[in-house]
Design a protein around this ligand. Structure first.
Ligand SMILES: CC/C=C\C/C=C\C/C=C\C/C=C\C/C=C\C/C=C\CCC(=O)SCCNC(=O)CCNC(=O)[C@H](O)C(C)(C)COP(=O)(O)OP(=O)(O)OC[C@H]1O[C@@H](n2cnc3c(N)ncnc32)[C@H](O)[C@@H]1OP(=O)(O)O
Ligand SMILES: Cc1cc2nc3c(=O)[nH]c(=O)nc-3n(C[C@H](O)[C@H](O)[C@H](O)COP(=O)(O)OP(=O)(O)OC[C@H]3O[C@@H](n4cnc5c(N)ncnc54)[C@H](O)[C@@H]3O)c2cc1C
Length: 664
């Protein structure tokens, strides 16, 4: 058997649920599915969006090709009158980081969230028509996580009614802003506001970087690219920049002034809007990154699952077929939790989008009450989902054996493009420490203030601290209430234990630093409560289609019991579970894997990923893996000639023992 076509045909016949209905459940609604399917096909059928050759291109060619794709996409958006939602789907299916990500996901949202009405009226129409192209220049060579430590200065000059933007040190050079190195005409530059010699915190300023006529950098601005990044192709389609400012003057009305204002006289005015709103764009993007995690993880899982059904190793009897590697229990115990995680992240992402929309509406009405919760949720879930997705993609590579290491498997580029998500928009550990601050505060207030939102479960602190799990059989783990309670009890106990240990420190900040590793673990436990609970809430909704809900329930238990198994140390150390109960959960997990097995291919088909998006020979929908791998090898330009450049010059002299006289 050369290809796996028949194997995948057989696998699809085993499905015990309605795949078309599952596609709708994954997409969120029939309308969302149809929209997404239409745009996916539009991209897949357009040769300009070809991406298989991307890893073979040099940086300049790669970048130019990316500019061409963006220009073509923008033309399509105008010609086909695509809505903003359709345009964002187009970006997703084109699957190439580009300067427009910063324009639409950071520059515009920053003005929307931090600009005054007047600033929005001026800048948003220009940006939305792409008449100015903006980026988000916050991080510097010397500081990224510590935003208050930024060194760039914005000094008000009352003589000219302008701010003077300046990079006083090498470490104050802006470093990383995407889109800035070669494209953006403007940037939101975060800088220390100085009025009359006094520091008034870090604020955002709209700074023009380039001449709109000839694209040259404006006087006083030194700008360039920071160099090649991890992996070929991958994030190298993006021009991440370095910028130095040498006393660059901008008008006073280009400071984003919703949160604080500077008057004509140079006076600082703090409005009622909390200063944290300056960080609002990051809250927005973190929410987007959570939604993106399920997309990236589902791609890797789709490739690894299809290939695991095609690939056979060992167990052949009398010349019969070998065993499909997907039938090995070890393969299932590594793959199926990732499959379940993709669904879990999809649903928690959907919920987080709702939470963000709600917060945004409140902020617009000057209600800031839910901002701390939104910050903790976006920071924590961004950290949890991106770490799990990055690790999951790498696990999928290993699940594909040696062929997973080939660029044509689609996994190396996906991994290289995805991993910076663990760092950008907030390093994942730094983000978990933000959740820790929120949790510590919640726990310290438990005696007199009812926790709300995602910490509401801690209202039952006494019960969660005292009562223990009642499970006696593996079957009894199949109860959402029992599972959620276990996660809530573990999280509460870990958070309370941290709170008690912190109380022993005279200086709370010193205590926080000393216990930070434990605090990160407690924060992760809390974030897992959110993901598990949101999955249960999804299952409580009506989910049409034969067998769809049943399969989602199976995936829920796989996700939750896998986590319970992985973190059983916490569950045992907090005393909520006995070793016997943890072992019963693991017994149940094995039973669940056997329920997933016949449905595995149909479950990944339900993601509705096109072959274009997957860009993977191993993950092809038709399973025709071996002939296509063979064909791709001989189509590689490296195989254009039997004799590679350099063979005559460097190898043959060695073979002939003539190296001493060869010209090297
Ligand atoms: C296959 C897929 C391929 C590719 C794509 C992959 C993924 C992309 C997916 C989707 C992308 C969509 C769009 C993305 C587009 C581009 C993204 C690309 C690049 C990323 C760009 C960047 O990285 S921009 C730079 C980001 N920088 C950071 O995130 C910095 C992190 N640091 C901070 O946020 C802060 O400094 C801090 C939170 C760590 C600390 O702040 P500070 O020192 O001021 O504060 P305190 O600790 O003293 O806190 C003060 C109080 O304020 C609260 N707080 C802090 N932050 C916020 C906030 N954001 N909102 C609300 N409240 C906040 C804090 O909790 C304190 O509260 P107290 O009550 O305790 O006082
Ligand atoms: C691909 C990519 C694109 C980017 N795009 C942009 C962009 O468009 N605009 C922009 O402004 N920025 C951008 N960035 C920068 C990015 O936001 C920062 O790199 C990120 O916020 C992390 O900051 P850092 O690099 O300073 O890491 P550091 O803070 O130096 O982290 C180094 C290590 O120190 C640890 N650490 C730091 N602080 C603490 C703490 N308080 N407690 C415990 N551990 C700590 C971290 O966990 C990490 O292990 C981009 C980065 C990447 C990789």
């Amino acid at each position: 058997m050369e290809g796996g076509v028949d194997y995948l045909i057989d696998e699809r016949k085993k499905a015990q649920f309605d795949v078309e209905a599952m596609k709708v459940a994954w997409a969120g609604s029939r309308q969302a599915f149809e929209l997404s399917d239409r745009i996916a096909k539009l991209v897949a059928n357009d040769p300009i969006f070809e991406k298989f050759s991307r890893p073979m291109l040099g940086r300049k060619e790669l970048f130019k090709n990316s500019l061409r794709k963006v220009a073509h996409a923008w033309k399509l958006i105008i010609d086909l009158r695509l809505s903003e939602e359709e345009a964002k789907l187009l970006r997703h299916y084109i699957d190439e980081p580009a300067y427009t990500d910063l324009q639409w996901e950071m520059f515009i949202p920053a003005i929307e969230g931090q600009g005054t009405e007047e600033q929005k009226r001026k800048w948003l129409p220009l940006a939305r028509k792409m008449q100015v192209i903006g980026s988000y220049a916050q991080t510097e060579l010397g500081h990224g996580s510590n935003v208050q430590g930024l060194e760039t200065t914005a000094t008000f000059d009352p003589q000219t009614d302008e701010f003077v933007i300046h990079s006083p040190t090498l470490t104050s050079s802006k470093w990383w802003p995407g889109g800035t190195a070669k494209v953006s005409t403007h940037a939101i530059v975060y800088a220390r506001l100085i009025l009359d010699g006094q520091f008034h915190g870090v604020h955002g300023f709209i700074v023009q970087l380039r001449n709109l006529e000839n694209h040259t950098p404006l006087p006083g601005i030194t700008v360039g690219d920071i160099g090649m990044k991890f992996g070929n192709g991958a994030y190298n389609t993006m021009d991440n920049g370095v910028i130095r400012f040498n006393h660059v003057h901008i008008p006073r009305n280009q400071m984003l002034m919703r949160v604080s204002q500077v008057t004509r006289e140079g006076k600082f005015v703090q409005s009622d809007v909390p200063r944290q709103l300056l960080y609002g764009t990051m809250v927005y993007v973190r929410q987007k990154i959570v939604a993106d995690a399920s997309k990236a993880l589902s791609r890797a899982v789709c490739i690894a699952t299809r290939y695991s059904a095609v690939r056979r190793q060992f167990g052949s009897r009398n010349g019969g077929p070998e065993i499909q590697v997907i039938d090995y229990k070890t393969q299932q115990s590594r793959l199926f939790p990732l499959l379940a995680s993709a669904y879990a992240f999809r649903f928690v992402g959907e919920w987080l989008k709702w939470l963000y929309t709600d917060v945004k509406q409140r902020l617009e009405a000057n209600d800031f009450s839910t901002l701390p919760e939104a910050h903790a949720c976006t920071a924590g879930l961004k950290s949890l989902t991106t770490s799990a997705t990055a690790d999951g993609i790498e696990e999928c590579r290993k699940l594909c054996g040696g062929h997973g290491y080939l660029v044509s498997s689609g996994i190396p580029e996906l991994f290289a493009t995805y991993v910076p998500a663990c760092t950008f928009e907030g390093d994942n550990v730094v983000m978990m420490l933000q959740v820790a601050r929120f949790l510590v505060k919640t726990v310290s207030e438990l005696g007199y203030k009812q926790p709300v939102g995602t910490t509401a479960y801690m209202r039952r602190v006494t019960a969660l601290m005292q009562s223990n799990c009642a499970v006696r059989t593996a079957e009894e783990w199949l109860n959402p209430g029992v599972v959620v309670e276990a996660f809530e009890a573990r999280s509460t106990r870990m958070a309370v234990a941290c709170g008690q240990r912190l109380a022993k420190f005279e200086n709370p900040e010193e205590g926080f630093a000393e216990l930070s590793a434990d605090l990160v673990e407690a924060s992760l436990a809390h974030c897992q409560v959110i993901v598990v609970s949101k999955f249960v809430e999804k299952l409580q909704q009506e989910i049409p289609g034969k067998g769809v809900k049943r399969l989602l329930e199976v995936l829920f238990y796989v996700y939750a019991l896998f986590l319970l198994h992985k973190h059983q140390g916490d569950f045992l150390a907090t005393g909520y579970l006995t070793p016997k109960q943890a072992s019963l959960a693991n017994d149940q997990l094995r039973i669940l894997y056997s329920k997933v097995r016949p449905n595995a291919i149909a479950l990944v088909d339900s993601f509705n990923h096109t072959d274009h998006l997957l860009s993977s020979i191993l993950g092809r929908y038709d399973g025709n893996v071996y002939p296509k791998l063979y064909e791709a090898a001989f189509n590689d330009p490296f195989n254009d000639s039997d004799i590679a450049d350099g063979i005559h010059q460097y190898v043959q002299p060695m073979l002939r023992q003539e190296l001493h006289s060869a010209k090297l």
